[in-house]
Write a protein that binds this ligand. Sequence first.
Ligand code: GLT
Ligand code: MN
Ligand code: MN
Length: 389
Amino acid sequence: MGDAYTPKKSDRFSFGLWTVGNVGRDPFGDPVRRPIPPTRIVKRLSELGAWGINFHDNDLVPINASLTQRNKIVRDFRKALKDYDMVVPMATTNTFSHPVFKDGGFTSNDPKVRAYGLQKIMRAIDLGAEVGAKIYVFWGGREGAESNISKDPVEAVKRFRDGLNYLCRYVRDQKYGMKFALEAKPNEPRADIYFPTTGHYLGLIETLDYPKMVGVNPEVAHEHMAGLNFHHGVAQAMDAGKLFHIDLNDQRVGRYDQDFRFASEDYKSAFHLVKLLEDRKYRGPKHFDAHAYRTEDENGVWDFASGCMRSYNILREKVKRFQQDEEIQSILADIAAQNPEFEKHLGKYSKKKAQTLKRVKFDIDAMGKVGLAYERLDQLLTDLLLGVR
Ligand code: GLT
Ligand code: MN
Ligand code: MN
């Protein structure tokens, strides 16, 4: 049964309870599906070949649950994890659904709300630690503004930093050994969200008390909403050693937050992303933060989940073929081999090198006339992706 693209545990694919559990509510319409109990989600995902399951505190434990109810839910969930050989690589907090967070958790103008936010996150971190989560995500969906006169944006950045610093110390105190991953989004549900891109978070991290504990969780859809090149942002996060986690899905530019099945919209961008992750040997969780179309019943949900994993594996196979394609590789080798004698002028600065370089004569008109043959290269990639090569 299955084929070369059937997912395996070693692929390290994960889903959130809120992703396959999404009931299809939108601002204009009611739910179209019934909630699926977390234990059944664990079972079905495991059968489909997934490795991990993530959750917000309230995806698992309702916000108004008693301690006894909480403990029973967690016990049943842990049993399902064990029975179906599933792990919890990541956990997070819902600081966006309840009305109390309408003006943010970390960045609310009200210190009482900020204090409640910290309390809720600490309890959710405890829950994450109890099920073995080693990565803790912060998505500040409500950390923003509609009326930009309502909040001082510098103060908002400070409050966000203070909150993270507090929680880093909490995790160290508890010896949980967790790392934090910050997830950017430009807008929705707020008109504007602070730290709209992965790059903004990379900047913030260096100003924290424990920068080594904190990285990023970039999401395809969030950067595509802003019209950005996702895999360039991921590359920068990798270069900084900060790609702790990744949210895979798909999204058309300029739309609402679609959270579509991975690689369902833009195969080429998805290929570049998979190539980057595979070439650079990314070994963190590959998390599908997406959900089935609102047209689907529960069968459609499992088709959706299988589709995300299958598409990743198909693209990984395409990456292998790309690497084994002699014509493509010889073009890339030619690109890499041009004018090697100029390497000596580059790299680390020295006074002597600078003086030498300032004397070199460049025929910039001749240099500017050289065609780079990227058209041919890109068409070969297109042929390969479209299955005729
Ligand atoms: C929410 C959001 C996602 C975040 C989740 C983590 S919740 O669904 O759209 O991108 O990753 O809080
Ligand atoms: Mn999203
Ligand atoms: Mn996400």
